[in-house]
Each structure stands twice: as structure tokens, then as C-alpha cells.
Ligand binder design. Structure first.
Ligand SMILES: Nc1ncnc2c1ncn2[C@@H]1O[C@H](COP(=O)(O)OP(=O)(O)O)[C@@H](O)[C@H]1O
Ligand SMILES: [Mg+2]
Length: 372
């Protein structure tokens, strides 16, 4: 209507100019000016509303980008901005669905990683049994058979040596079995607490393998599955020290730092190249990384030939309600933890020299020295 007045004004002005006199002309001019001002005010209001709606859209898009999917826009009119608002609402719905699916997938991955870790552990124990007790019992049977033959031939004098050897072998098999049972038996973490159970385990490990071991462990009570997993990871790292490192010293540290539980197992043994491809049957370190990832954390293996090995596991301290802590991430989203390119294993050049590491831990051992 204001626009119509603005158009009509010059026409009226033309009609009235000259003939009807000046009064009418001024009235017409005033009406025209009023029309123009009115149109301007309305245009300004419309522009302000437009700006406000666009600002709303902008804020909504920023909230979506920040992962806040709880709000929706209220489209006011069926114009282009209304369409945009509808589309953004739809996008937010889809995004919320995708996030829920991703969360579900994360849960499934966590469960799978845990199962894979348990399977790897069973495989390792089966191999340990095969490589140790199995061989020893077979040799024992051969020795006893030889002794029996000797006895049948009446060669009693030569019997002593064979029986002595058989006795030593039986004793060794017995102690190996005991060590394996200790590994298999679930530690009484609930009663002892993780720190005390770990200290005890490290002491018995050191005695069993003739190593010098230091264990500094202090952690608040954690949910049972987290304590169990941390204990198993320490066991795996220690079993690697016994099997591969030829070390004389090992340091185990367990503590909480910046909202993270941190477990370190460090040896002064022969080290290895963690970037080299693993045997397909070597599942210990893979299982260890998977366990850490299942807890929303990660495991880093630092080593290089001749310079010892350091395994560091870091997992977020779980909240009271058992959920992973603030540092948790979706485990194994995309690639499995520890897969090439995830940065879990630093380049060998990044590893601190053994002197620096051992100085810090207070062990003060020198690679190549002592026991070996
Ligand atoms: N502490 C260590 N010292 C030296 N080598 C190690 C150590 N830990 C692991 N390794 C090397 O890494 C390989 C992979 O270890 P792992 O995945 O536990 O498999 P496994 O113990 O069954 O061989 C080992 O075969 C060994 O060569
Ligand atoms: Mg291993």
C-alpha cells in the first residue's frame, strides 16, 4: 500500500501542478514524501528480520558443527530461508542418527577387541605349554624308557645318571607348570587391589627368571574390568621380557597422571625394531594394543636393537559410573589401534637413550652388562 502511494504521488503531482493552485500541490508533495518514508521503514524492518533469521541459521550451523544436535530451527515462513531452515533441521536429524550408529559400532568394536585380546592370550598360553612343558614331558618319557630298558638288561650301574636327569627334568616341568598356572589364575584383584597384586606378581616374576625387578605401583581402586585388563597387559609385557629381552633388569611403574592411568614396563635387554613386520603368530603386542584401545586408551612400544624396550600403556581413569573418562575415544574407529600410521609406535629415533630412561627410573643398568 505504501508503495502504491509512492507511485501515485508523482501522478497526482502532475495533475495538480499548475491549474489547481499551490495548496493542493504541497499536500500532494507531503503525501508522496510520507509514502517514501513509510516504504523505507518497512523495508528496514524486513531487512532486520531477515538478518535476524540468517543469524539464527548461522548459529544453528555452528552448533551442528560443534556436535550439539539437541536443537532445531522453527521455520517462520515458506520462503528461501524457511527452506534452508527445513533442510538444516533434516540434516541435524540425519547427523544424530549417524552419531548413534557410530556409538553403537564403537561399543561393538570394544567388545570385539576384548575378545581378540582374550583369544590372543589363549593362543600364547597354548604355545607356551607346547614349547616348554610339552617338550620336557616328551624328553622325560624317553629318559624313563631308556632307564627301563637298562633295568631289563640288568645294567643297574648306568641307571643312576638317567634317573637323575629324569628327576631334574620333572622338577623343571613342574616349576614351569606352576609359573603358567600363576599366569592363568586370575589374580585376586578385588581383594588385594591392582597395585598390591602387581607388586606381588613382579616379585615372583623376578625370582622365577633371575632378574632384578623394581615395581612402583600406586593407583586408586578402578572398575574390575579395567584392573583386570591392566594386570593382563603388565603380564604380557613382562612375559615378553622373559621370552625375548635377555635383560638383567626390569622396571614396572603404575600410577595416575593427568586423569590417565599409566603403566610402564621397561627392560634393559636387547631391544628390537618395533616397525619390523611381526610373525603372524606374534599376537602378544597386538593384543596389548587392543586391550588398551578397548579401554579408550593406547599402548606405545619404544625399542631399538641393543637399547632395551619400553612399553607404555595409558588409559583414561574411568568415571565413577564406569564410563570411560574424559580422555576416552571410540576404540578402533577406522583402523585397529597400533596399525601402521596410527602413530602408536614412534620411530626408533624418538626413543630416549637407555641411559636417560634408566637414569630416570633409578635402575641405572647398562645394556649388555650384568647377567647376560
Ligand atoms: N621386551 C622385549 N625385548 C625384545 N624383543 C621383544 C620384546 N617384546 C617384544 N619383542 C619382540 O616383538 C615380537 C612380538 O612380540 P609379541 O607380539 O608379544 O609376540 P610373541 O611374544 O608371541 O613373540 C617378539 O617376537 C620379539 O621379537
Ligand atoms: Mg609376547
Amino acid at each position: 500500500m505504501v508503495a502504491a502511494a509512492a507511485v501515485a504521488a508523482p501522478v497526482l503531482l502532475a495533475i495538480t501542478w499548475g491549474a489547481e493552485g499551490r495548496t493542493l500541490t504541497w499536500v500532494t508533495l507531503a503525501a508522496a514524501a510520507g509514502g517514501v518514508v513509510g516504504a523505507g521503514v518497512q523495508g528496514f524492518r524486513a531487512a532486520r528480520r531477515l538478518k535476524h533469521r540468517l543469524q539464527e541459521v548461522g548459529r544453528f550451523a555452528a552448533a551442528l558443527a560443534a556436535g550439539n544436535l539437541g536443537h532445531r530451527l522453527q521455520p517462520e515462513s515458506a520462503d528461501e530461508i524457511g527452506d534452508l531452515e527445513e533442510q538444516l533441521n533434516e540434516m541435524a536429524d540425519r547427523l544424530a542418527e549417524a552419531m548413534a550408529a557410530l556409538r553403537e559400532l564403537g561399543e561393538k568394536n570394544r567388545a570385539l577387541a576384548y575378545e581378540a585380546g582374550a583369544l590372543a592370550e589363549r593362543t600364547r598360553l597354548a604355545r607356551d605349554l607346547h614349547d616348554t612343558v610339552n617338550q620336557e614331558l616328551f624328553s622325560l618319557a624317553l629318559l624313563v624308557a631308556a632307564a627301563r630298558r637298562r633295568l631289563e638288561q640288568g645294567d643297574v650301574a648306568g641307571l643312576g645318571g638317567e634317573l637323575k636327569e629324569a628327576e631334574a627334568m620333572a622338577r623343571h616341568a613342574h616349576s614351569t607348570i606352576r609359573a603358567l598356572i600363576l599366569q592363568l589364575r586370575p589374580p585376586d584383584l578385588a581383594q588385594q587391589g591392582l597395585a598390591a597384586a602387581l607388586r606381588e606378581y613382579v616379585a615372583s616374576f623376578a625370582a622365577r627368571h633371575g632378574l632384578e625387578a623394581t615395581c612402583r605401583a600406586e593407583v586408586p581402586p578402578l572398575p574390575a574390568p579395567v584392573e583386570e585388563a591392566l594386570f593382563r597387559m603388565a603380564q604380557e609385557a613382562l612375559s615378553n621380557v622373559a621370552k625375548h629381552a635377555q635383560a638383567s633388569k626390569v622396571v614396572v611403574e603404575l600410577g595416575v597422571q593427568d586423569g590417565q592411568v599409566r603403566l610402564v614396563v621397561r627392560d634393559n635387554g636387547r631391544g628390537f625394531d618395533p616397525d619390523a613386520p611381526l610373525r603372524p603368530t606374534a599376537l602378544g603386542l597386538t593384543g596389548l594394543r587392543e586391550r588398551a584401545a578397548a579401554l579408550g586408551g593406547r599402548a606405545v612400544i619404544r625399542s631399538r636393537p641393543g637399547a632395551g624396550t619400553e612399553v607404555t600403556v595409558q588409559v583414561p581413569v574411568p568415571r565413577e559410573d564406569g564410563e570411560p573418562g574424559p580422555g576416552a575415544r571410540v576404540a578402533n574407529a577406522g583402523a585397529p589401534a597400533g596399525a601402521p600410521g596410527d602413530g602408536a609406535v614412534p620411530a626408533p629415533g624418538e626413543m630416549p637413550g637407555p641411559e636417560a630412561r634408566e637414569g630416570a627410573s633409578g635402575v641405572g643398568a647398562h645394556p649388555g652388562a650384568d647377567r647376560r
